[in-house]
Design a protein around this ligand. Structure first.
Ligand code: ACO
Length: 328
């Protein structure tokens, strides 16, 4: 029997994360736009965010997170056979950030791709890598969420400038006969594109200025309502698929965009707050980096233990949303 076929699960064998050095606090933002620490903390839970240095790129952040995840898994880059990066802020339009990183880590020849699903990027990437492992095409995959979203922030728009930060998180997943990733669920609804988007792209309004004039635009309160409703639905879908109930979940690891959205999802799950991983206060919304940043922090601090059941979920521009149920 083909050994790969017997390995029907993919398991997380290591995680890593990285935040750039520079910290921008809410107090710092008070001198940049008409806002206050009190408004930001009350409406979002964010206290500070990390910002990339000049010249530092998404690939640089991804590399550090990847090296930490590989170290935790006890693997060399050359042992990885599939590389996928969730990002909406690639260094270049092409080559993909995954290709840039692959070459840097000396992994030339393996499949390498980016997936752009905004804040759901890591969950989308994890879903793809999980499928590659479950079909036997891959045995050891490196899955990354990495972003430099602050390069697309309009620092004059207080309604978005306070929300975002930069960072990266990574997970190594390996084929196993033990669970593992139990299921992943990914969805999209392009009809809501105008609620959360960039108005500028390669074919639309591109400007000869740093960043090409790309700026995040968001109708925050409308996004908020759809996010709360949709994340509630995907919790139900994930539990139903696995014949599980809310009581079976040990940890909720949500997208770190807004503490109020996190609390609403936790309430729907009847999860006590001490079983919900919250890191949004430390790094703001880092888009596709947010779930792996939270996951890695909780694993390294010893809060999440082997054998526990984790529910990862995210919601972002597109709209996109997704979840992963994992026996860690
Ligand atoms: N400081 C002070 N006041 C502000 C600020 C600010 N930074 N930003 C907005 N305000 C004001 C508004 O102008 C408005 O004033 P008004 O009543 O005089 O008109 C008031 O605060 C309320 O504004 P709302 O937008 O209604 O505030 P809300 O409570 O909805 O909070 C927020 C805004 C934090 C953006 C919230 O809607 C939110 O988190 N939305 C969801 C974001 C999200 O989850 N995104 C996920 C994906 S992100 C991605 O994919 C890239």
């Amino acid at each position: 029997m083909d050994r790969r076929r017997a390995l029907i699960y993919s398991r997380i064998s290591g995680t890593g994360s990285f935040l750039p050095e520079k910290v921008l606090s809410n107090r710092d933002l008070e001198s940049m736009v008409d806002t206050s620490d009190e408004w930001i903390v009350t409406r979002t839970g964010i206290k500070e965010r990390h910002i990339v240095a000049e010249g530092q790129t998404t690939c640089d952040l991804a590399e550090q997170a990847a090296l930490r995840a590989l170290d935790a898994a006890g693997l060399k880059p050359s042992e990885i056979d599939f590389l996928i990066v969730g990002t909406t802020t690639p260094d270049l339009v092409f080559p993909s950030t995954a290709c840039l990183l692959q070459h840097r880590l000396g992994m030339d020849g393996i499949s390498a791709m980016d997936v752009n699903a905004a804040c759901s990027g890591f969950i989308y990437a994890l879903a793809v890598a999980d499928k590659f492992i479950k079909t036997g095409d891959s045995v050891k995959a490196l899955v990354i969420g990495a972003e430099t979203l602050t390069r697309m922030v309009d620092w004059n728009d207080r309604s978005t400038a306070v929300l975002f930060g930069d960072g990266a998180g990574a997970a190594v997943i390996e084929a196993s006969d033990q669970p593992g990733i139990l299921s992943t669920h990914i969805h999209a609804s392009g009809g809501h594109a105008d609620l959360l988007c960039t108005e500028v792209g390669v074919s639309k309004g591109f400007k000869a200025e740093p960043g090409g004039g790309v700026k995040v635009r968001m109708k925050g309160s409308e996004v908020f309502k759809v996010a709360v409703r949709t994340l509630g639905q995907i919790v139900d879908e994930t539990l139903a698929k696995n014949n599980m109930t809310k009581k079976d979940i040990d940890w909720l690891i949500p997208h770190q965009a807004n503490l109020r959205i996190i609390k609403a999802t936790a309430k729907k799950l009847n999860m006590p707050e001490d079983r919900v991983i919250v890191t949004v206060h430390k790094h703001g919304n880092t888009s596709s980096a947010s779930v792996p940043l939270a996951l890695d922090g909780a694993i390294r601090s010893g809060r999440i233990q082997r054998g526990e059941t984790l529910l990862l979920e995210a919601f972002g521009g597109g709209f996109t949303w997704g979840s992963a149920l994992i026996k860690y």
